[in-house]
Design a protein around this ligand. Structure first.
Ligand SMILES: [Zn+2]
Ligand SMILES: [Zn+2]
Ligand SMILES: [Zn+2]
Length: 499
């Protein structure tokens, strides 16, 4: 340890002792990069020395005995092993690593060697080339132990090192450019297949993933960059295909012995999760790897993805504003979109469940009555008004002639477009959502009109089944109901709601 009194003044290990004093390692490395015109002898060269003012001067003028000339290229600088410069050292290292076994650089890798030599800061490359994984990969590529292809590189680890090497190979044109998402997917696939224990499953999945799915992704990638969702979907297909094979093996069957009962049982649970396995099943059937069996239809609304908020609001906006839609559908859709009320509850709604006190329209959906937000309340008023004008001729017809479309009048004004209201769902509605909608019958009590209990006489059976399709239906004429709707001849639909 010395005190570097010449340059930095720190205590550090000595690297040289020149005319101005002992030099530490850091200062030595630093001055080995100082070049310029020496003020004493006016030559352009390395300036490791310092004059009395601290101005950088050349070795000769500073009286430094040691020389810094490279043996091979003749210029001055930091001497590495064998008195070589960084560039010459890098060239030698590359020549050694890329030796194909005959004493020369593997010809197909020459472009890679070229760009490595052309890069700035050869020292960084030299440090990279000390990484044992890099050494192994480069020597493998040079000797042909690792085939020069993207697919072969997917089998190599660690993936960060491989990814960097792959970038260099693509930059130099040694390997063709490949979509980034596709590369990530292929790396994932290699890892995924590695986790599958049964060899026959792994082989089958590799075949499916490589020849069926990856090829499709590759075709897409040729047209434009892949999105993450595309590769994510393919990952799910492969994952679920593997899950199906393992599940089937748990039932004691191989894919060739798969039966319709297996397919049905597989799809009865977690359908949304398992559905991506169907592309694998179809492929297996098409390639005669399994018997041809029926798959559940792909269009299944149950368990589908949840409705996103912006989509929900868009539909709600349309329901509230689009007068071309049937009023009945709009009235039925609004509680579903606002309060997530199940359709099964909407279809049981009767006109007795709706109360209008001129200021608020409340609806009883299973629980205590809850008020409707204003735009929906207007829709409901309009709909009940439109029901009032149906030509009821007799009591019999009044109850039976229900599943007919509501009479749409020309008087409905179109509402201004605007954002639908935020979820103004009152606590009562939320509670109603949780409560079961049907109350049990009280024994011995006569069925009351307006109650939600269906009549049990034979006459009502057909009536009930048809009523099941009607969102709002009448058990008694609306005019009889507290006189609320009897007054106005036209449906009142507010044209002024805004939010
Ligand atoms: Zn120093
Ligand atoms: Zn000089
Ligand atoms: Zn050199």
């Amino acid at each position: 340890m010395i005190r570097d009194r010449a340059r930095c003044g720190r205590r550090a290990s000595k690297s040289a002792e020149w005319s101005d004093g002992p030099i530490c390692r850091t200062c030595y490395d630093r001055v080995m990069r100082v070049r310029g015109r020496c003020p004493c002898c006016d030559t352009d060269r390395l300036l490791p020395g310092r004059d009395t003012d601290g101005t950088p001067i050349c070795r000769d003028c500073a009286g430094i005995v040691r020389d810094f000339f490279y043996d091979r290229c003749g210029s001055e600088g930091l001497l590495l092993g064998g008195r070589l410069c960084e560039h010459c050292t890098l060239a030698d290292t590359l020549a050694r690593l890329f030796d194909d076994g005959t004493g020369r650089v593997a010809p197909e890798l020459l472009p890679l060697v070229k760009i490595l030599l052309e890069m700035d800061r050869p020292k960084v490359r030299l440090i990279w080339l000390r990484n044992p994984n890099v050494v192994r990969l480069l020597q493998g590529l040079a000797t042909g132990n690792i085939a020069l292809s993207h697919d072969r590189l997917h089998q190599e680890a660690p993936w960060r090192t491989v990814a960097h090497l792959r970038d260099l190979l693509m930059d130099s044109g040694v390997l063709p450019r490949v979509d980034r998402q596709l590369l990530l997917y292929q790396r994932w696939l290699t890892e995924r297949l590695g986790t599958i224990e049964a060899p026959e499953h792994r082989q089958l999945l590799r075949h499916f993933a490589t020849w069926h799915r990856t090829r499709r992704l590759r075709t897409k990638a040729e047209k434009g960059p892949l999105g993450r969702s595309q590769t994510n979907h393919t990952k799910q297909e492969v994952t679920q295909a593997g899950a199906f094979l393992a599940w089937l093996a748990g039932r004691g069957r191989a894919i060739g012995q798969c039966q319709q009962a297996d397919i049905d049982a597989w799809h009865t649970e977690s359908l949304a999760t398992r559905r991506p396995s169907q592309s694998f099943l179809r492929w297996c059937m098409k390639t005669d790897r399994m018997p041809r069996l029926a798959l559940p239809p792909t269009v299944i609304t149950q368990d589908s993805e949840p409705l996103h908020q912006h989509r929900r609001l868009a539909i709600l906006r349309r329901v509230l504003n689009d007068d071309s839609l049937p009023l009945r559908a709009r009235v039925a859709a609004a509680p579903i979109l606002l309060d997530a009320q199940p359709v099964s509850r909407i279809v049981r709604l009767t006109v007795d469940d709706v109360t209008d006190d001129e200021t608020t329209v409340t609806v009883r959906l299973g629980g205590p009555p809850s008020p409707l937000p204003e735009p929906v309340a207007d829709l409901m008023r309009a709909y009940i008004q439109s029901r009032q004008h149906l030509p009821y001729t007799s009591r019999q017809e009044r109850t039976e002639a229900l599943p007919r479309p509501p009479a749409r009048t020309a008087h409905e004004p179109s509402e201004p477009p605007g954002p639908p209201p935020k979820d103004r769902r009152p606590a009562a509605a939320r509670q109603g959502f949780r409560d079961p909608p049907v109350r049990p019958p009280s024994p011995g009590t006569r069925h009351r009109e307006g109650s939600r209990l269906p009549r049990q006489d034979s006459h009502s059976l057909g009536y009930r089944s048809r009523r099941g399709m009607e969102p709002i239906r009448f058990r008694r004429p609306p005019a009889m109901k507290r006189g609320t709707y009897a007054g106005s001849a036209e449906p009142r639909l507010s044209s002024t709601w805004t939010t």
